[in-house]
Design a protein around this ligand. Structure first.
Ligand code: ZN
Length: 347
């Protein structure tokens, strides 16, 4: 098992949960049918997908999974842009693995640059580039720029895209890639469980003297602080350093019937969008107003450690519980949908 304690945070545009693999592990815990698929042979990639960054390369293993890169003056815990892949070991082609491990490891994969540096939409400039555009979704009637009240971002469509590839793989008996494509779907589901992925910004983050650049940087500061903080807490829970709380909240048991992958993501975004104002308010209360800045203000290890007894922590945690519960339910609903559609009768 691979543990990474602290990693440097990349320069900008992360826009994702920082530890999808930890989230997925907890969210899948109650799904016992996955254990029937415990001898899956790792197969080479043989699919055509012209939608990805042409420089994206499929990775099977990660020799540096245990690497620790403490960086006291940068964001606590994680980077998306350093090329490090926290906690992921993987298995090479021809080796045996399990469905559960594939889903856990590769639910991080869409953050490994497949969606970066693409020209997709005029809106991407206000969504931190093409990766943000694909990993977020602002529902209709939520006010945002540039498309005001129209839906913005394509996370639901990306999830549907990989669900179709999973179908293709499973129909030809390629279970490895079937589950790996499902892992990518889980990534986008989890991203829409992140409140900052469903609402562009908040009145609390507006910097009147610098309405675009300053407001964008402030929003990023809180967005990254939120993800870093939640990722750090989950890592500490998994390492047994603090009692399980966030990870437990992800373990849901009641799956609700869904009719399509994209629809599930849209439902999640709408549900999450309703309580983003609580998330933003409690983020400011916990992380402090110094993040309201035109400059990058990292949430460092020292600051996080000082927050353990912060009076705003309980209220902040309640909003995190809400969002992680939604995320856990989303993953469970999707896996039940996939089981019924793709695996019933499969042997
Ligand atoms: Zn993402």
């Amino acid at each position: 098992m691979c543990y990474t304690i602290a990693l440097t945070f990349g320069t900008n545009n992360a826009w994702a949960w920082v530890r999808h693999n930890l989230m997925t592990k907890s969210a899948l815990e109650g799904i016992s049918w996955l254990d029937d698929y415990d001898q899956i042979t790792v197969t080479p990639y043989s699919y055509r997908d012209d939608s990805l960054n042409p420089n994206f390369k499929v990775v099977y293993t990660n020799p540096d999974c245990g690497q620790i890169s403490p960086a006291p003056e940068t964001f606590v815990y994680y980077t998306l842009n350093s090329g490090e892949k926290a906690g992921f070991e993987g298995a090479g082609t021809g080796r045996k693995t399990t469905a559960r491990q594939i889903l856990i490891d590769y639910s991080d994969e869409p953050d490994w640059a497949m969606d970066k540096e693409l020209e997709l939409s005029k809106a991407q400039i206000l969504m931190a580039g093409s990766q943000g555009y694909r990993h977020m979704y602002y529902p209709a009637w939520d006010w945002h720029l540039p498309w005001l009240f129209l839906p913005q971002g394509v996370a639901p469509q990306r999830a549907e895209h990989f669900y179709e590839l999973a179908k293709q793989a499973i129909s030809k008996g390629d279970l490895y890639w079937g589950f790996r494509f499902l892992a990518r779907v889980i990534h986008y589901i989890e991203d829409l469980g992140q409140p900052y992925h469903t609402t562009q910004t908040s009145l609390r983050f507006i910097i009147p003297t610098s309405p675009i650049a300053g407001t964008t940087q402030t929003t990023k500061n809180y967005h990254f602080a939120y993800e870093s903080y939640v990722g750090y807490r989950m890592q500490q829970e998994v390492a047994g350093l603090i009692p399980a709380d966030y990870t437990t909240t992800l373990k849901q048991t009641l799956a609700i019937k869904v009719n399509s992958t994209a629809e599930l993501l849209k439902i999640m975004a709408r549900a999450n969008n309703k309580h983003t104002s609580d998330t933003f308010r409690t983020s400011v209360n916990l992380f402090g107003t110094e993040l309201r800045s035109k400059q990058k203000v990292p949430l460092t290890q020292t600051k996080v450690d000082a927050m353990m007894d912060h009076p705003a922590r309980d209220e902040f945690d309640r909003t995190v519980h809400q969002t992680l519960q939604l995320t856990g339910v989303g993953v469970l609903d999707f896996m039940e949908y996939a089981r019924q559609e793709l695996f019933n009768g499969y042997n």
